[in-house]
Write a protein that binds this ligand. Structure first.
Ligand code: PMP
Ligand code: GLN
Length: 394
Protein backbone atom coordinates (compact mmCIF):
# COMPACT_ATOMS: atom_id res chain seq x y z
CA UNK A 1 0.00 0.00 0.00
CA UNK A 2 1.03 3.59 -0.37
CA UNK A 3 2.83 4.96 2.65
CA UNK A 4 1.97 8.48 1.86
CA UNK A 5 -0.67 10.10 -0.27
CA UNK A 6 -0.16 13.83 -0.03
CA UNK A 7 -3.52 15.57 -0.18
CA UNK A 8 -4.06 18.60 -2.36
CA UNK A 9 -6.74 19.76 0.06
CA UNK A 10 -5.65 18.40 3.44
CA UNK A 11 -8.05 20.56 5.44
CA UNK A 12 -11.14 19.67 3.38
CA UNK A 13 -13.75 17.14 4.50
CA UNK A 14 -17.38 16.62 3.45
CA UNK A 15 -19.32 19.81 2.82
CA UNK A 16 -21.75 21.08 5.44
CA UNK A 17 -24.58 20.31 2.98
CA UNK A 18 -23.55 16.65 2.71
CA UNK A 19 -23.07 16.40 6.45
CA UNK A 20 -26.43 17.93 7.37
CA UNK A 21 -28.35 15.97 4.70
CA UNK A 22 -26.84 12.72 6.01
CA UNK A 23 -27.87 13.70 9.53
CA UNK A 24 -31.39 14.50 8.28
CA UNK A 25 -31.69 10.95 6.97
CA UNK A 26 -30.21 9.43 10.12
CA UNK A 27 -32.46 11.43 12.47
CA UNK A 28 -35.47 11.29 10.10
CA UNK A 29 -35.52 15.08 10.38
CA UNK A 30 -37.13 17.61 8.03
CA UNK A 31 -34.36 18.84 5.78
CA UNK A 32 -34.42 22.64 5.46
CA UNK A 33 -30.63 22.49 5.12
CA UNK A 34 -29.16 21.62 1.72
CA UNK A 35 -30.80 23.72 -0.98
CA UNK A 36 -32.98 21.46 -3.08
CA UNK A 37 -36.75 21.38 -3.72
CA UNK A 38 -38.88 18.43 -2.60
CA UNK A 39 -41.21 18.77 -5.60
CA UNK A 40 -40.63 17.71 -9.20
CA UNK A 41 -39.53 19.70 -12.26
CA UNK A 42 -42.35 20.95 -14.56
CA UNK A 43 -44.04 18.04 -16.38
CA UNK A 44 -43.63 19.60 -19.88
CA UNK A 45 -39.88 19.81 -19.24
CA UNK A 46 -39.72 16.13 -18.25
CA UNK A 47 -41.67 15.30 -21.41
CA UNK A 48 -39.32 17.43 -23.53
CA UNK A 49 -36.28 15.56 -22.17
CA UNK A 50 -38.01 12.21 -22.69
CA UNK A 51 -38.92 13.17 -26.25
CA UNK A 52 -35.34 14.27 -26.91
CA UNK A 53 -34.08 10.81 -25.90
CA UNK A 54 -36.64 9.09 -28.13
CA UNK A 55 -35.85 11.41 -31.01
CA UNK A 56 -32.23 10.31 -30.94
CA UNK A 57 -30.45 13.10 -29.03
CA UNK A 58 -28.25 10.56 -27.27
CA UNK A 59 -24.70 10.96 -28.56
CA UNK A 60 -22.06 13.54 -27.71
CA UNK A 61 -23.21 17.12 -27.94
CA UNK A 62 -20.80 19.70 -29.36
CA UNK A 63 -18.15 20.64 -26.80
CA UNK A 64 -19.62 24.11 -26.18
CA UNK A 65 -23.22 22.88 -25.94
CA UNK A 66 -26.09 22.23 -28.35
CA UNK A 67 -26.46 25.26 -30.66
CA UNK A 68 -30.22 25.46 -29.98
CA UNK A 69 -29.60 25.69 -26.22
CA UNK A 70 -26.88 28.31 -26.63
CA UNK A 71 -29.33 30.28 -28.77
CA UNK A 72 -32.07 30.33 -26.14
CA UNK A 73 -29.52 31.22 -23.46
CA UNK A 74 -28.29 34.10 -25.63
CA UNK A 75 -31.78 35.50 -26.12
CA UNK A 76 -32.67 35.01 -22.46
CA UNK A 77 -29.56 36.92 -21.29
CA UNK A 78 -30.11 39.62 -23.94
CA UNK A 79 -33.69 40.11 -22.73
CA UNK A 80 -32.64 40.18 -19.08
CA UNK A 81 -29.54 42.37 -19.20
CA UNK A 82 -29.25 43.83 -22.72
CA UNK A 83 -25.94 42.01 -23.19
CA UNK A 84 -25.55 40.25 -26.54
CA UNK A 85 -23.31 37.16 -26.31
CA UNK A 86 -22.20 35.26 -29.41
CA UNK A 87 -23.52 31.69 -29.38
CA UNK A 88 -20.43 30.65 -31.33
CA UNK A 89 -17.72 32.02 -29.10
CA UNK A 90 -19.16 33.40 -25.85
CA UNK A 91 -21.56 30.83 -24.35
CA UNK A 92 -20.71 27.36 -23.02
CA UNK A 93 -23.08 24.81 -21.51
CA UNK A 94 -21.52 23.23 -18.42
CA UNK A 95 -22.10 20.41 -15.99
CA UNK A 96 -23.92 22.62 -13.50
CA UNK A 97 -22.66 25.93 -12.20
CA UNK A 98 -20.11 23.89 -10.25
CA UNK A 99 -18.20 22.94 -13.37
CA UNK A 100 -18.46 26.45 -14.80
CA UNK A 101 -16.93 27.78 -11.59
CA UNK A 102 -14.13 25.22 -11.50
CA UNK A 103 -13.32 25.61 -15.20
CA UNK A 104 -13.29 29.40 -14.87
CA UNK A 105 -11.00 29.36 -11.84
CA UNK A 106 -8.62 26.87 -13.49
CA UNK A 107 -8.59 28.84 -16.74
CA UNK A 108 -8.32 32.36 -15.44
CA UNK A 109 -6.19 32.30 -12.30
CA UNK A 110 -2.50 31.53 -11.98
CA UNK A 111 -0.32 30.58 -9.01
CA UNK A 112 0.31 33.73 -7.01
CA UNK A 113 -2.91 35.42 -8.10
CA UNK A 114 -5.19 36.66 -5.35
CA UNK A 115 -8.95 36.31 -5.72
CA UNK A 116 -11.36 38.24 -3.54
CA UNK A 117 -14.28 36.36 -2.00
CA UNK A 118 -17.04 38.16 -0.13
CA UNK A 119 -17.83 36.41 3.16
CA UNK A 120 -20.10 34.65 3.84
CA UNK A 121 -19.11 32.82 0.63
CA UNK A 122 -20.39 29.62 -1.02
CA UNK A 123 -18.23 26.71 0.09
CA UNK A 124 -16.84 25.75 -3.32
CA UNK A 125 -14.99 28.96 -4.17
CA UNK A 126 -12.05 28.73 -1.79
CA UNK A 127 -10.95 25.09 -2.32
CA UNK A 128 -11.52 25.38 -6.09
CA UNK A 129 -9.29 28.45 -6.21
CA UNK A 130 -6.62 26.76 -4.14
CA UNK A 131 -6.63 23.80 -6.54
CA UNK A 132 -6.07 26.31 -9.34
CA UNK A 133 -3.06 27.61 -7.41
CA UNK A 134 -4.64 30.97 -6.58
CA UNK A 135 -4.93 32.51 -3.13
CA UNK A 136 -8.45 33.28 -1.90
CA UNK A 137 -8.63 36.56 0.03
CA UNK A 138 -11.79 36.76 2.08
CA UNK A 139 -13.46 40.10 2.71
CA UNK A 140 -16.37 40.05 5.15
CA UNK A 141 -19.70 41.77 4.56
CA UNK A 142 -21.05 43.90 7.41
CA UNK A 143 -23.13 41.50 9.52
CA UNK A 144 -26.83 42.19 10.20
CA UNK A 145 -27.69 44.66 12.93
CA UNK A 146 -30.73 45.19 15.13
CA UNK A 147 -31.95 48.14 13.00
CA UNK A 148 -30.78 46.67 9.66
CA UNK A 149 -31.45 42.92 9.59
CA UNK A 150 -29.38 42.16 6.50
CA UNK A 151 -25.78 41.57 5.46
CA UNK A 152 -24.28 44.57 3.58
CA UNK A 153 -21.43 44.64 1.08
CA UNK A 154 -18.58 46.86 2.29
CA UNK A 155 -17.12 48.26 -0.94
CA UNK A 156 -14.44 50.25 0.94
CA UNK A 157 -13.22 47.08 2.56
CA UNK A 158 -13.18 45.30 -0.79
CA UNK A 159 -11.17 48.12 -2.31
CA UNK A 160 -8.69 48.03 0.59
CA UNK A 161 -8.14 44.30 0.05
CA UNK A 162 -6.99 44.82 -3.55
CA UNK A 163 -3.25 44.45 -4.17
CA UNK A 164 -1.12 44.32 -7.31
CA UNK A 165 -1.68 40.53 -7.30
CA UNK A 166 -5.50 40.70 -7.23
CA UNK A 167 -6.79 39.00 -10.37
CA UNK A 168 -10.49 38.49 -9.76
CA UNK A 169 -13.47 39.37 -7.59
CA UNK A 170 -16.12 36.69 -7.11
CA UNK A 171 -19.72 37.89 -6.83
CA UNK A 172 -22.77 35.80 -5.98
CA UNK A 173 -26.04 37.70 -6.10
CA UNK A 174 -28.81 36.83 -5.30
CA UNK A 175 -26.57 35.74 -2.47
CA UNK A 176 -26.33 32.32 -0.89
CA UNK A 177 -26.84 32.29 2.10
CA UNK A 178 -28.16 35.80 2.86
CA UNK A 179 -30.57 36.37 -0.04
CA UNK A 180 -29.05 39.82 -0.64
CA UNK A 181 -29.37 41.21 -4.19
CA UNK A 182 -27.26 43.77 -6.06
CA UNK A 183 -28.55 47.34 -6.29
CA UNK A 184 -27.68 49.98 -8.94
CA UNK A 185 -25.34 51.65 -6.42
CA UNK A 186 -23.42 48.37 -6.10
CA UNK A 187 -22.87 48.35 -9.84
CA UNK A 188 -21.71 51.99 -9.58
CA UNK A 189 -19.21 50.96 -6.90
CA UNK A 190 -18.03 48.06 -9.08
CA UNK A 191 -17.55 50.36 -12.06
CA UNK A 192 -15.41 52.68 -9.97
CA UNK A 193 -13.42 49.74 -8.64
CA UNK A 194 -12.59 48.25 -12.03
CA UNK A 195 -11.88 51.63 -13.63
CA UNK A 196 -8.68 51.79 -11.54
CA UNK A 197 -7.28 48.30 -12.21
CA UNK A 198 -7.44 45.25 -14.51
CA UNK A 199 -9.75 43.05 -12.47
CA UNK A 200 -11.80 40.10 -13.71
CA UNK A 201 -15.28 39.56 -12.27
CA UNK A 202 -16.89 36.17 -11.82
CA UNK A 203 -20.61 36.47 -11.20
CA UNK A 204 -22.35 33.36 -9.88
CA UNK A 205 -26.04 34.00 -10.57
CA UNK A 206 -27.62 30.61 -10.01
CA UNK A 207 -30.56 32.24 -8.18
CA UNK A 208 -31.10 34.84 -10.95
CA UNK A 209 -34.79 34.00 -11.40
CA UNK A 210 -35.72 34.09 -7.71
CA UNK A 211 -35.94 37.76 -6.68
CA UNK A 212 -38.74 39.09 -4.49
CA UNK A 213 -41.03 42.08 -3.89
CA UNK A 214 -41.23 43.15 -7.52
CA UNK A 215 -37.49 43.79 -7.77
CA UNK A 216 -35.44 42.81 -10.80
CA UNK A 217 -32.27 40.75 -10.77
CA UNK A 218 -29.30 43.02 -11.48
CA UNK A 219 -26.21 41.50 -13.02
CA UNK A 220 -22.87 43.22 -13.58
CA UNK A 221 -23.20 42.27 -17.26
CA UNK A 222 -25.95 44.90 -17.52
CA UNK A 223 -23.13 47.49 -17.63
CA UNK A 224 -20.81 47.23 -20.68
CA UNK A 225 -17.72 48.30 -18.70
CA UNK A 226 -18.34 45.41 -16.32
CA UNK A 227 -19.52 42.89 -18.94
CA UNK A 228 -16.22 43.14 -20.82
CA UNK A 229 -14.44 41.55 -17.84
CA UNK A 230 -17.18 39.34 -16.37
CA UNK A 231 -17.82 35.61 -16.46
CA UNK A 232 -21.56 35.15 -15.88
CA UNK A 233 -22.40 31.73 -14.46
CA UNK A 234 -25.82 30.21 -13.94
CA UNK A 235 -27.59 26.88 -13.65
CA UNK A 236 -30.95 25.41 -14.56
CA UNK A 237 -31.03 23.46 -11.29
CA UNK A 238 -32.83 26.10 -9.21
CA UNK A 239 -34.92 27.49 -12.05
CA UNK A 240 -36.44 24.12 -13.00
CA UNK A 241 -36.60 22.43 -9.56
CA UNK A 242 -34.01 20.02 -10.93
CA UNK A 243 -30.83 20.39 -8.88
CA UNK A 244 -29.87 16.81 -9.75
CA UNK A 245 -29.72 17.46 -13.47
CA UNK A 246 -26.51 19.48 -13.14
CA UNK A 247 -26.86 21.58 -16.29
CA UNK A 248 -25.51 25.11 -16.18
CA UNK A 249 -23.83 27.61 -18.45
CA UNK A 250 -21.38 30.45 -18.57
CA UNK A 251 -21.17 33.54 -20.74
CA UNK A 252 -18.08 35.70 -21.21
CA UNK A 253 -16.30 37.75 -23.87
CA UNK A 254 -14.67 35.52 -26.49
CA UNK A 255 -11.10 36.01 -25.27
CA UNK A 256 -12.08 34.81 -21.78
CA UNK A 257 -14.38 32.04 -23.05
CA UNK A 258 -11.60 30.60 -25.24
CA UNK A 259 -9.59 29.91 -22.10
CA UNK A 260 -12.55 28.50 -20.15
CA UNK A 261 -13.36 26.10 -22.99
CA UNK A 262 -9.81 24.76 -22.93
CA UNK A 263 -10.50 23.45 -19.43
CA UNK A 264 -14.11 22.44 -20.11
CA UNK A 265 -13.12 20.29 -23.10
CA UNK A 266 -10.67 18.22 -21.06
CA UNK A 267 -12.64 17.89 -17.83
CA UNK A 268 -16.19 17.34 -19.09
CA UNK A 269 -15.94 17.76 -22.88
CA UNK A 270 -19.71 18.00 -23.38
CA UNK A 271 -22.85 17.89 -21.28
CA UNK A 272 -25.75 15.39 -21.38
CA UNK A 273 -27.32 15.77 -24.84
CA UNK A 274 -31.01 14.88 -24.19
CA UNK A 275 -31.08 17.20 -21.18
CA UNK A 276 -29.75 20.05 -23.32
CA UNK A 277 -32.19 19.33 -26.15
CA UNK A 278 -35.14 19.10 -23.74
CA UNK A 279 -34.22 22.29 -21.89
CA UNK A 280 -33.72 24.16 -25.19
CA UNK A 281 -37.18 23.11 -26.37
CA UNK A 282 -38.83 23.92 -23.03
CA UNK A 283 -37.15 27.33 -22.70
CA UNK A 284 -38.76 28.42 -25.96
CA UNK A 285 -42.20 28.34 -24.30
CA UNK A 286 -43.34 31.81 -23.12
CA UNK A 287 -43.26 32.86 -19.42
CA UNK A 288 -41.15 29.89 -18.36
CA UNK A 289 -39.26 31.68 -15.62
CA UNK A 290 -41.47 34.68 -14.88
CA UNK A 291 -43.63 32.94 -12.28
CA UNK A 292 -40.77 31.54 -10.25
CA UNK A 293 -40.22 34.61 -8.07
CA UNK A 294 -43.90 34.75 -7.02
CA UNK A 295 -43.88 31.01 -6.35
CA UNK A 296 -40.92 31.35 -3.99
CA UNK A 297 -42.09 34.64 -2.48
CA UNK A 298 -45.23 32.86 -1.26
CA UNK A 299 -43.05 30.18 0.34
CA UNK A 300 -40.76 32.78 1.92
CA UNK A 301 -43.77 34.62 3.35
CA UNK A 302 -45.32 31.41 4.65
CA UNK A 303 -42.11 30.61 6.50
CA UNK A 304 -41.78 34.16 7.86
CA UNK A 305 -45.41 34.17 9.06
CA UNK A 306 -44.98 30.82 10.80
CA UNK A 307 -41.74 31.88 12.48
CA UNK A 308 -43.72 34.55 14.40
CA UNK A 309 -44.84 31.70 16.66
CA UNK A 310 -41.24 30.76 17.46
CA UNK A 311 -38.30 32.51 19.13
CA UNK A 312 -36.40 32.57 15.83
CA UNK A 313 -36.34 35.99 14.13
CA UNK A 314 -36.27 36.06 10.30
CA UNK A 315 -33.88 38.43 8.55
CA UNK A 316 -34.59 40.07 5.20
CA UNK A 317 -34.46 37.77 2.15
CA UNK A 318 -34.54 39.60 -1.18
CA UNK A 319 -33.96 36.55 -3.34
CA UNK A 320 -32.82 32.85 -3.50
CA UNK A 321 -34.78 30.15 -1.68
CA UNK A 322 -33.05 30.77 1.63
CA UNK A 323 -34.04 32.68 4.74
CA UNK A 324 -31.66 33.46 7.59
CA UNK A 325 -33.00 33.35 11.13
CA UNK A 326 -31.54 35.07 14.15
CA UNK A 327 -31.19 32.63 17.04
CA UNK A 328 -30.11 35.15 19.71
CA UNK A 329 -33.01 34.14 21.94
CA UNK A 330 -31.36 30.73 22.29
CA UNK A 331 -28.19 32.19 23.80
CA UNK A 332 -24.62 32.40 22.55
CA UNK A 333 -22.66 29.48 21.14
CA UNK A 334 -21.47 28.06 17.87
CA UNK A 335 -24.09 28.05 15.11
CA UNK A 336 -23.09 24.52 14.14
CA UNK A 337 -23.78 23.21 17.65
CA UNK A 338 -27.22 24.78 17.53
CA UNK A 339 -27.95 23.35 14.07
CA UNK A 340 -26.95 19.90 15.33
CA UNK A 341 -29.10 20.11 18.43
CA UNK A 342 -32.14 21.43 16.50
CA UNK A 343 -31.75 18.42 14.20
CA UNK A 344 -31.44 15.89 17.00
CA UNK A 345 -33.95 17.38 19.43
CA UNK A 346 -36.60 18.91 17.16
CA UNK A 347 -36.04 17.10 13.88
CA UNK A 348 -35.45 20.19 11.74
CA UNK A 349 -32.23 20.58 9.75
CA UNK A 350 -30.72 24.00 9.02
CA UNK A 351 -27.31 25.21 7.85
CA UNK A 352 -25.03 27.26 10.13
CA UNK A 353 -24.01 30.45 8.32
CA UNK A 354 -20.55 30.11 9.91
CA UNK A 355 -19.91 27.28 7.40
CA UNK A 356 -19.66 29.97 4.71
CA UNK A 357 -16.58 31.49 6.40
CA UNK A 358 -12.94 30.34 6.31
CA UNK A 359 -12.92 29.44 10.00
CA UNK A 360 -16.41 28.27 11.00
CA UNK A 361 -15.46 27.92 14.67
CA UNK A 362 -14.16 31.44 15.18
CA UNK A 363 -16.35 33.99 16.99
CA UNK A 364 -16.02 36.34 13.97
CA UNK A 365 -17.79 33.72 11.82
CA UNK A 366 -20.64 33.14 14.27
CA UNK A 367 -23.43 35.71 14.24
CA UNK A 368 -26.07 33.42 15.74
CA UNK A 369 -27.63 32.82 12.35
CA UNK A 370 -29.02 29.70 10.73
CA UNK A 371 -30.05 29.29 7.08
CA UNK A 372 -33.40 27.70 6.29
CA UNK A 373 -34.26 26.49 2.77
CA UNK A 374 -37.89 27.16 1.84
CA UNK A 375 -37.85 25.26 -1.47
CA UNK A 376 -40.18 22.75 0.13
CA UNK A 377 -43.84 21.78 -0.22
CA UNK A 378 -46.10 23.94 1.94
CA UNK A 379 -46.96 20.92 4.07
CA UNK A 380 -43.25 20.32 4.74
CA UNK A 381 -42.76 23.95 5.72
CA UNK A 382 -45.80 23.82 8.03
CA UNK A 383 -44.56 20.64 9.67
CA UNK A 384 -41.12 22.16 10.22
CA UNK A 385 -42.71 25.31 11.68
CA UNK A 386 -44.76 23.24 14.07
CA UNK A 387 -41.59 21.57 15.30
CA UNK A 388 -39.73 24.88 15.54
CA UNK A 389 -42.40 26.17 17.92
CA UNK A 390 -40.84 23.74 20.36
CA UNK A 391 -37.65 25.84 20.50
CA UNK A 392 -37.62 27.57 23.85
CA UNK A 393 -35.87 30.73 24.97
CA UNK A 394 -32.90 30.00 27.15
N1 PMP B 1 -23.30 28.49 -6.68
C1 PMP B 1 -24.12 28.66 -5.65
C2 PMP B 1 -24.15 29.97 -4.95
C3 PMP B 1 -24.93 27.63 -5.22
O1 PMP B 1 -25.76 27.80 -4.19
C4 PMP B 1 -24.84 26.39 -5.88
C5 PMP B 1 -25.62 25.21 -5.36
N2 PMP B 1 -26.82 25.17 -5.75
C6 PMP B 1 -24.00 26.26 -6.98
C7 PMP B 1 -23.22 27.32 -7.34
C8 PMP B 1 -23.86 24.97 -7.73
O2 PMP B 1 -24.82 24.87 -8.73
P1 PMP B 1 -25.00 23.51 -9.58
O3 PMP B 1 -25.77 22.58 -8.74
O4 PMP B 1 -25.70 23.93 -10.82
O5 PMP B 1 -23.63 22.99 -9.86
N1 GLN C 1 -26.03 25.00 -3.25
C1 GLN C 1 -26.62 24.11 -2.29
C2 GLN C 1 -26.85 24.85 -0.98
O1 GLN C 1 -26.34 25.92 -0.77
C3 GLN C 1 -25.79 22.91 -2.01
C4 GLN C 1 -25.23 22.18 -3.16
C5 GLN C 1 -24.33 21.09 -2.70
O2 GLN C 1 -24.66 20.38 -1.78
N2 GLN C 1 -23.20 21.00 -3.30
O3 GLN C 1 -27.53 24.32 -0.16
Amino acid sequence: MLNQLPSKLPDVGSTIFTEMSALALKCKAINLGQGFPNYPPPEPLIQAVNAAMRQGHNQYAPMAGLPQLREVIASKVLGQHGQDYSTETEITVTSGATEALMSSFLALTHPGDEVLLIDPAYDLYSPALRLAGATPVRVPMCPPKEDDPSFRIDWNRIESAITTRTRMLVLNFPHNPSGLTLKPEDLDALETLVSKRPLLLLSDEVYEHIVFDGKKHLSPVARPTLAERTVLISSFGKTFHATGWKIGYCCAPAQIMTEIRKIHQFTVFSVSTPMQAGIARYLREPNIVSELSDFYQRKRDRLIAGLKNTVLRPLTSEGTFFLLVDTQALGAGLEKELALSLTRELGVVSIPVSAFYADPDSPASNHQLLRLCFAKRDATLDQALERLQGVKNC
